[in-house]
Design a protein around this ligand. Structure first.
Ligand SMILES: NC(=O)c1ccc[n+]([C@@H]2O[C@H](COP(=O)([O-])OP(=O)(O)OC[C@H]3O[C@@H](n4cnc5c(N)ncnc54)[C@H](O)[C@@H]3O)[C@@H](O)[C@H]2O)c1
Length: 323
């Protein structure tokens, strides 16, 4: 039976999942994460801290070294706050092995979580490779923000074992995991991923597979509308973000959030919904497209709607949007 789309927080579900912990560790011991960017390294961090053996894979060693340094820095912050001891940090880091060879990274994986760049062709290629290289029992999950899990699953010969596991950014901090059942996802796989998410300290919410799922189907039109409002001169960067922060009690404004997510990722998600629903209301704003084409991707490139300087937490509007 498929899980219903609406799942209120239910404490008995959590207790049930906690009681399953010993079996959980029998079923999932090794987790391979494909892609070690901002999401991939966060996913590795969380699983390694919970005692899983983690295989972190990326296309080059430079990306992996940068990811390990980020995980170390983020764990240092937890140590400073008293949330982790130095010994626990050392154990967690020792749980992570790095790979540039996909075959070696997945040869003994129980679960693979793909967190590579948000691009349909790339993900289809990766899942075809994973299906050929990973053992038959291995569950293949994608952290995609919007791409059809059903389509990704169809690139494999094991669609029942393919599922969406959509973590939020920053992964060690954000509680939600949006779990997406593809058309052919097995109910037992969905239950296992649900319980595993509880086990690693997250709150799962299970939904069905349509473009953007729930999180981005609702979030991205808001971000796009904020960019359209800026593009049309209805308001400036500060005005738009201040109105949404103070007026709606959002922790950050939509333009700052877009910079945080990555403007390329935002544009790609909007394009998936635009083509997936065939509805022009999801078309990315031309300003967003221009910024991505020019390489202004937000925090990761140093500038988007705001300008970022290493070591500074000040929020400085990009010169291009200064009045
Ligand atoms: N950024 C967010 O806020 C956010 C939130 C939730 C989900 N996501 C999703 O997570 C995924 C990753 O996003 P990100 O923000 O971490 O991107 P990112 O650009 O920070 O990292 C992507 C990583 O994938 C690697 N990669 C590319 N091709 C690869 C391949 N063939 N094999 C292995 N690694 C490969 C790149 O080298 C890079 O390190 C995307 O699907 C995105 O939609 C992003």
């Amino acid at each position: 039976m498929r899980r219903s789309t609406y799942q209120p927080i239910n404490f008995s579900t959590y207790f049930a999942a906690f009681f399953k912990h010993p079996q959980m560790l029998d079923q999932v011991k090794i987790v391979t994460v494909i892609g070690s960017g901002q999401m991939g390294n966060g996913i590795c961090h969380v699983f390694a801290q919970k005692g899983f053996k983690v295989h972190m894979m990326d296309i080059n060693q430079t990306a992996l070294d940068k990811a390990l340094a980020t995980i170390g820095k983020n764990m240092d912050r937890q140590v400073t706050k008293g949330a982790l001891t130095e010994a626990e940090k050392a154990t967690a880091l020792s749980n992570i092995l790095t790979y540039t060879d996909m075959a070696a990274a997945v040869s003994d994986a129980d679960l693979v979580i793909e967190a590579a760049t948000e691009n349909v062709e790339l993900k289809l290629k990766i899942f075809k490779q994973l299906d050929e290289l990973a053992p038959e029992k291995t569950i293949l999950a994608s952290n995609t923000s919007s791409i059809s899990i059903t389509k990704i699953a169809a690139a494999t010969k094991r669609p029942a074992k393919v599922i969406g596991m959509h973590f939020m950014n920053p992964v060690p901090v954000m509680k939600l995991v949006e779990i997406i059942n593809g058309y052919a996802t097995d109910a037992a796989v969905s239950t296992l991923i649900h319980d595993l998410s509880v086990f690693i300290g997250k709150v799962p919410s299970v939904v069905n597979d349509y473009p953007g799922f729930i999180a981005n189907r609702i979030l991205m039109p808001m971000i796009n509308e904020a960019i359209i409002s800026l593009h049309e001169g209805v308001g400036g960067v500060n005005e738009i973000d201040t109105i949404m922060k103070l007026g709606m009690a959002h922790p950050m404004g939509p333009l700052q959030l877009a910079d945080f997510i990555g403007l390329d990722t935002c544009m790609n998600i909007l394009n998936v919904m635009y083509t997936g629903f065939g509805n022009p209301k999801y078309a990315p704003c031309p300003l967003l497209v221009n910024m991505v084409q020019a390489g202004y991707l937000g925090i990761k490139s140093g500038e988007g709607f705001y300008k970022y300087t290493a070591g500074s937490k000040d929020l400085v509007v990009s010169d291009r949007f200064k009045k």
